[in-house]
Design a protein around this ligand. Structure first.
Ligand SMILES: Nc1ncnc2c1ncn2[C@@H]1O[C@H](COP(=O)(O)OP(=O)(O)O)[C@@H](O)[C@H]1O
Ligand SMILES: [Mg+2]
Length: 220
């Protein structure tokens, strides 16, 4: 489902070049769940962004469903993201001028689905946000925004879901609920999961744990 080959990402030029991702390769099979762990600043968010096609690597390949997304135009990449990929950002990235419901409807509307509203409502209910549909992001708590972001990523039942610290802002009970949602999606729809997390309880639930250390996969 996902193949990452010799991925390198550096920022800056000349003597100021900083290599953040240092030749990372790994594979994730269809339906597999993988947790990416590592200390703060080790490159997890950068790696996830590259893998989901949100950012371009300095070199290397990212193959999703047999397509090397690093060779695609921005438009084609956006299409692939909309059709196959769900992404949950560490800082949510909800659209501030849209309500919770409208935020969740957005990816469905991009796909041209006619029943976007009812599907989005159903998904918001599933993440426990019944009655919050018409609130704007700044009227919601961090945990509630987190769940809107989850609903937006889940609502299209993507083939592969990338999540950056999806339980980072949640209390224990809501974390558990979100974890269950993630793994239900994995089980019921064979959604491939790639989850960055600090939470050992969440990491343990994944089929496999990848440790990132200083921009490399730590094999020990
Ligand atoms: N756009 C950027 N320009 C320069 N340095 C960056 C940029 N994005 C991230 N970094 C640096 O890359 C390193 C890894 O960051 P990040 O991927 O966010 O780590 P993590 O998610 O593991 O905490 C950090 O040292 C960060 O400062
Ligand atoms: Mg991060």
């Amino acid at each position: 489902m996902l193949k990452v080959e010799n991925l390198i990402k550096s920022f800056g030029k000349g003597n100021d070049t900083l290599e953040i991702i240092k030749d990372i390769s790994f594979e994730v099979k269809k339906g597999e769940s993988v947790a990416i762990v590592g200390t703060s600043g080790s490159g997890k968010t950068t790696l996830l962004g590259l893998t989901a096609g949100l950012d371009n690597p300095t070199s290397g390949k990212v193959i999703i469903d047999d397509i090397d997304i690093t060779t695609l135009s921005e438009n084609d990449k956006a299409d692939i993201r909309n059709q196959k990929i769900g992404f949950i950002f560490q800082n949510f990235q909800l659209l501030p001028s849209l309500t919770a419901l409208e935020n969740v409807m957005t990816p469905l509307e991009l796909q041209g689905q006619s029943d976007a509203k009812s599907k989005a409502k159903e998904m918001l209910k599933e993440v426990g946000l019944d009655g919050r549909e018409h609130h704007y992001p700044n009227q919601l708590s961090g945990g509630e925004q987190q769940r809107v972001a989850l609903a937006r990523a889940f609502v299209t039942t993507p083939k592969i879901l990338f999540a950056d610290e999806p339980t980072g802002n949640l209390d224990e009970e809501t974390s558990l609920h979100v974890e269950n949602l993630l793994f239900e999606l994995n089980k019921n729809h064979h959604t491939t999961l790639v989850i960055v997390t600090h939470d050992p309880q969440l990491a343990q639930k994944a089929d496999r744990i990848l440790k990132v250390r200083d921009g490399k996969i730590d094999v020990n």
